[in-house]
Ligand binder design. Structure first.
Ligand code: GAR
Length: 195
């Protein structure tokens, strides 16, 4: 199958970026990471991606006059790298219309809850505060809303009341690192058939 050229957007550690990169190396995912976009200059993901020899755009939003200008700069970079598909992996920022219009149904996100529950920031913290018995992970298409796009895949996690936040995060990440590459592979297979 043809390898889809993807850009991974991240703001933090980048463990999901790494899981995707490893799935590609292991030939479980027919894609090539041609770019990483990061809005936090101190984020760990920048070092990791550079060590992999990936082109990284480290970009600071508040150095642009508005969101449109910020996303236009990203778009220029993505076009230079011939990006076909955007994978959000812990990118803590709403995608605006400039990128949405340039990549219709070509942007996906992973979120650490069973959407529509616990949308937005700190979904794991929200689950803890709500005393939830179950949470999980969702992969969804990105639209103009906050974690509102069409759901593609979900996996639940029963919460043991003795678990602390760190333990929950570890289990959530374990699910994410498997679910995201698997789901991307399914999406890319379908894309390949459509052409
Ligand atoms: C992941 O758990 C991801 O689901 C979450 O950020 C974490 C990033 O971890 N994303 C969101 O909360 C988006 N609303 P990572 O940097 O180690 O991949």
């Amino acid at each position: 199958m043809r390898s889809v050229k993807i850009a991974v957007f991240a703001s933090g550690r980048g463990s999901n970026y790494e899981a995707i990169y490893e799935a590609i190396q292991a030939k479980r995912l027919d894609a090539t990471v041609v770019a990483v976009v990061c809005d936090k200059p101190e984020a760990q993901v920048i070092q990791t991606a550079m060590a992999h020899g990936i082109k990284v755009l480290s970009i600071v939003p508040n150095t642009y006059t508005n969101k449109k200008a910020y996303e236009q700069a990203i778009l220029t970079f993505l076009h230079e790298q011939q990006v076909e598909f955007i994978v959000l992996a812990g990118y803590m920022r709403l995608i605006g219309e400039t990128l949405l219009q340039a990549f219709p149904r070509r942007i996906v996100n992973i979120h650490p809850s069973l959407l529509p529950y616990f949308k937005g920031k700190d979904a794991i913290g929200q689950a803890i505060v709500a005393n939830a018995k179950v949470t999980g992970v969702t992969v969804h298409y990105v639209d103009e809303g906050m974690d509102t796009g069409e759901i593609i895949a979900q996996e639940g996690l029963m919460l043991n009341p003795t678990w602390n936040r760190e333990t929950i995060e570890r289990y959530v990440h374990r699910i994410e690192h498997q679910l995201y590459p698997e789901t991307l592979q399914k999406i890319f297979r379908k894309l390949g058939k459509i052409g």
